[in-house]
Design a protein around this ligand. Structure first.
Ligand SMILES: *Cc1c(COP(=O)(O)O)cnc(C)c1O
Length: 950
């Protein structure tokens, strides 16, 4: 007899409820004997996939890390001097380990619940303050997706904000010295929206004609630094608005856009401590002048007060965003780049204004030394005024010089057959300068002589004077500051985050390991293909696995977030119709319950949004659907549906909906954000979808990072393949591709090893079991809570999918206790709230995911049942709603540790509503925050320290 030992697989660690007696307990509550029986009832037969996923067998963590090592070994690191928007940088180890690689930071959610998000809100406010100071513009947002898409957002912002009748419908003019990927992205967006873009050399002045807005780059892609005041003044005179895409490191030395009269500044903060990551994720920034803040896209952190009058942070002006404004939103961006913005902000905290300036001066003087050397050797520069980048004329021999540098381990930029670009950065050493010089045959590097910046372009104003940028000079101080902020927050490392639609599941450490390995992290997005074989094998493999999982023919991981995947998918549909001579098809049907990004993306794709009503059971109203299809038959472009629906239910009739749209000549977009309910069980590409986006930061384990990064791959059937995202570095339209969606070909490549590892660790069977566990957990919560909070929608079987909506509206009417009160009271139990009032106002949507174990789920149920009892106390008149622990939630330590206590409930009930909290207690740093007050008096930079004195 052999002794069989049980070796747990990764799936056993990823899935929370793995022990049979836990599974049986949950099944019993739902009323099923087996998981397969439950799944068979919940998922309609009409959509079930026939065969299991054809993926490789699961690997162990050790095996996966070995595979990742092998792939890393196929990439070649080099000294990266290609520039073109991406520069090498040193991520200080204290920031890399304690932020980028620290679960307290990377597993946090977007700070919609500000009371449990004060740490990351402060870090993002530091980011905004840094951007405002360096650009000399008063209002910045808390990050955008990448520089090129940020410029596209700026162009659209100018088109919204310019009210000058004579020019508001005029063209947008881009300087020819903008980054080529920026120009490609703007051209692609403009084509969908039907406005004119002209690219011209603006150092010679503006072109003829009506101009809505102008985009300049400082320094230009050629490296040239120039005084832009006169062209900006001319633009203003002619009624145009002006955006300057600027390098923040350069702005420590160069006159900032705000002082030159620009309305908007945008750019990347990558070189402030964020690795190259083969193109992303990196935080883009945008700052605007006074009066434009309400049209600014992206999230803005602002300062307000809590219920005790203490200074507190929260997201400001949220009514501009797609969740509220839908097709009238300022942008479709939802997930942005919070984690990378936080890394950059800490880079500024770490170095301070003097440190940043010293880095910039070093970069500049190294560049001047190289310029002096090359010029002495007879080479010609295209500009004598530069910060970090030289463009050298090398008639006919550019390729030769670039390859001479490559053989010395250095990547330069091959601009064209006659021109080479060289970008110096923080990591450039004298040895590297010598090697570059040698590649040009230019001999010893000389002392910098000449090439000073023109006087008009030299910055004289101060920046980063706030104490936060001048205090944390020792590593001990900085470490404690980082820890202090993260301790103020609740992330997945402390609690379940049961956010419906957001799928806050385990981000396993083994999945995270590879992202900061230099063979992945230090690769430039435009490095030669011979240096990126490992990266491309990983990406091809992941795309193939995602195609197998979704049932589509082709996948592109280029979009930087779900919203960008939506835009890519809708543009593919648009391209497809146009290719068949049906360019008039421009109506996009969107159910009333859809996520706000859907409508906002449809508008960006040049479509007209028509809303389809919801039936009383939560499904699409078929009568209304038929009527809308009929009314728009010839103009019907697409329908966007979410499956399972945003109501957390598997609608049995999804095939009929798809058929009806196809029959009328439309295409079906399936929003794949809820794929966690489908993997291994059903495939959108097989039950009627033509195209979908996925959210790798939901279903496929990329952490939310406090509001990004994300990856939103677009997946499509073969007929849409020719319209999938092209490469912005080639042209807006590459043959056989659609327009580019992100600045770099592989978008946020840097975090793809996480999803790649997840799929390999789980295998087809593990992924399918995860889906089943997610369904079981959601149905268990629904079954246990429905007697306390009615579950709003269920499918035909009486079951929910992977999430459930708890309907509080009747209870609110009876007791006055709102869904928001419940969300805030959950903080006192140490929980992050479920999704509040989406997709139905006055409800909470709960999604436990497969990663939560039964004890944690039961802890949540206990909290909810306890809260329900407090609601009954209000109903019974023990206290009024205003006097209740619900309305006074969350309770800070300061609120309960007082010598006077005059509230109508014991202070124990306030702080320790269940006994287990006596030992493990999270106290929020602030009480309930007044968001509206902060919006009325908008402050979105770091408050002075005196604001925290009482
Ligand atoms: C999260 C989500 C999106 C948007 O994804 P982002 O990555 O935040 O842009 C779209 N649709 C649904 C249903 C979602 O839950």
């Amino acid at each position: 007899m052999t002794v069989q030992s049980f070796v747990p697989t990764f799936a056993d660690r990823h899935i929370g409820a793995r022990r049979q007696y836990h599974i049986d307990t949950m099944l019993k509550a739902v009323g099923y004997d087996t998981v397969d029986g439950l799944v068979g009832s919940a998922v309609p037969d009409s959509i079930r996939q026939e065969s299991p996923l054809g993926l490789d067998n699961a690997l162990s963590e050790v095996q996966v890390l070995a595979e990742l090592r092998r792939l890393a070994g196929r990439n070649k690191t080099a000294v990266q001097m290609i520039g073109q928007g991406y520069y090498d940088t040193v991520t200080p180890a204290v920031i890399r380990r304690n932020i980028l690689e620290a679960p307290a930071w990377y597993t946090a959610y977007t700070p919609y619940q500000p009371e449990i998000s004060q740490g990351r809100l402060e870090a993002l406010l530091n980011f905004q303050t840094m951007v405002q100071d360096l650009t000399a513009l008063p209002v910045a947002n808390a990050s955008l997706l990448d520089e090129a898409t940020a410029v596209a957002e700026a162009v659209l912002l100018m088109r919204r904000a310019n009210k000058n009748k004579a020019v508001k419908d005029g063209k947008t003019v881009l300087d020819a010295d903008c980054l080529p990927q920026t120009i490609a992205i703007v051209l692609g967006r403009a084509e969908a929206l039907g406005f004119e873009v002209e690219v011209a050399d603006l150092s010679q002045g503006l072109p003829e004609g009506d101009i809505n807005g102008v985009v300049l780059q400082q320094p230009g892609v050629s490296g040239r630094v120039w005084d832009q005041t006169s062209v900006i003044a001319e633009a203003k005179e002619r009624g145009a608005l002006v955006t300057v895409a600027a390098d923040l490191l350069a702005l420590t030395l160069i006159t900032p856009p705000g002082e030159q009269g620009a309305d908007v500044a945008v750019g990347s903060t990558q070189r402030l401590g964020v690795p190259l990551f083969f193109g992303g994720p990196h935080a883009a920034y945008m700052a605007v002048r006074d009066g434009m803040e309400r049209t600014l896209p992206g999230r803005i952190v602002g300062v307000s007060k809590d219920n005790a009058g203490a200074t507190a942070y929260r997201l400001a002006l949220q009514t501009r965003e797609q969740h509220i404004r839908r097709e009238k939103a300022t942008s479709n961006i939802c997930t942005a780049q919070a984690l990378l913005a936080i890394v950059s902000s800490f880079y500024a905290v770490y170095h301070g204004p003097d440190g940043l300036k010293a880095i910039a001066q070093n970069v500049h003087s190294n560049t001047r030394a190289l310029a002096t050397t090359l010029k002495a050797a007879g080479w010609e520069l295209t500009s004598d005024s530069f910060f970090d980048t030289l463009t050298v004329r090398v008639p006919r021999d550019a390729a030769k010089v670039v390859s001479a540098a490559e053989s010395r381990g250095i990547n330069l930029r091959l601009v064209n057959a006659d021109t080479v670009g060289i970008s110096v950065d923080e990591t450039t050493t004298p040895e590297i300068l010598s090697a570059v010089s040698a590649a040009f045959g230019a001999g010893q590097v000389r002392e910098a002589a000449g090439f000073e910046l023109p006087a008009a372009a030299v910055r004289t104003s101060e920046y980063l004077q706030h104490p936060v940028f001048n205090t944390h000079r020792s590593e001990t101080q900085l470490l404690r500051y980082i820890r202090r902020l993260s301790d103020r927050d609740l992330a997945l490392d402390r609690t379940m985050i049961p956010l419906g639609s957001c799928t806050m599941k385990l981000n396993a450490t083994a999945e995270m390991e590879a992202i900061s390995w230099p063979e992945f992290a230090s690769i430039h997005p435009f490095a030669p293909d011979s240096q990126t074989e490992g990266w491309r094998e990983l990406i091809d493999g992941l795309e193939a696995d995602l195609a197998e999982i979704t049932g589509y023919d082709q996948v592109s991981i280029q979009p930087n977030a779900g919203s960008q995947g939506e835009l890519a998918g809708l543009l593919a549909i648009r391209g497809y119709h146009a290719s068949r001579g049906e360019g008039q098809r421009n109506v996009c049907l969107i159910p009333a319950s859809a996520h706000g990004t859907n409508a906002a993306s449809a508008v960006l794709a040049g479509m007209k949004v028509v809303v389809v009503a919801t039936a009383s059971d939560g499904t699409i109203d078929h009568g209304d659907l038929r009527a809308k299809i009929e009314a728009h038959r010839d103009a019907l472009s697409a329908i966007m549906i979410t499956y399972p629906s945003t109501h957390g239910v598997f609608d049995a009739d999804v095939r009929e909906v798809c058929d009806a749209v196809h029959e009328a000549g439309g295409q079906v977009y399936v929003d794949g954000a809820n794929l966690n309910a489908l993997v291994g069980l059903a495939q959108p590409g097989k039950f009627g979808g033509d195209v979908s986006h996925l959210n790798l930061h939901k279903t496929f384990c990329i952490p939310h990072g406090g509001g990004g990064p994300g990856v939103g791959p677009v997946a499509a059937k073969a007929h849409l393949a020719p319209f999938m995202p092209g490469d912005a570095n080639k042209s807006a339209h590459e043959a056989g591709h659609g327009v580019a969606i992100s600045a770099s070909r592989f978008g946020s490549a840097g975090v793809l090893p996480i999803s790649w590892a997840y799929v390999k660790l789980m295998g087809g069977q593990g992924l399918t079991e995860a889906t089943k566990s997610a369904l079981l957990a959601a149905n268990y919560i629904a079954a246990r809570l429905t007697e306390h909070f009615p579950v709003l929608y269920t499918g035909e079987s009486g079951l929910v999918a992977h999430e459930c909506i708890l309907d509080l509206r009747e209870l609110t009417a009876r007791t006055g206790v709102t869904a928001e009160d419940v969300a805030k009271r959950l903080i006192d139990f140490g929980f992050h709230a479920p999704t509040l009032s989406f997709p139905v106002a006055g409800t909470l949507m709960v999604e436990p995911t497969e990663s939560e174990d039964l004890a944690e789920i039961d802890r949540f149920i206990e909290a909810m049942v306890t809260i329900r009892k407090e609601m009954e106390q209000v109903a019974a008149g023990d206290f009024t709603i205003e006097e209740s622990p619900l309305r006074n939630a969350p309770h800070t330590a300061a609120a309960v540790v007082t010598s006077e206590w005059e509230r109508r409930y014991p202070r124990e009930q306030g702080a320790f509503p269940v006994p287990s909290l006596r030992q493990d207690k999270y106290f929020p740093p602030v009480g309930r925050i007044d968001g509206a007050a902060g919006d009325r008096n908008l402050v979105c930079s770091c408050p002075p320290l005196t604001a925290f004195e009482d």
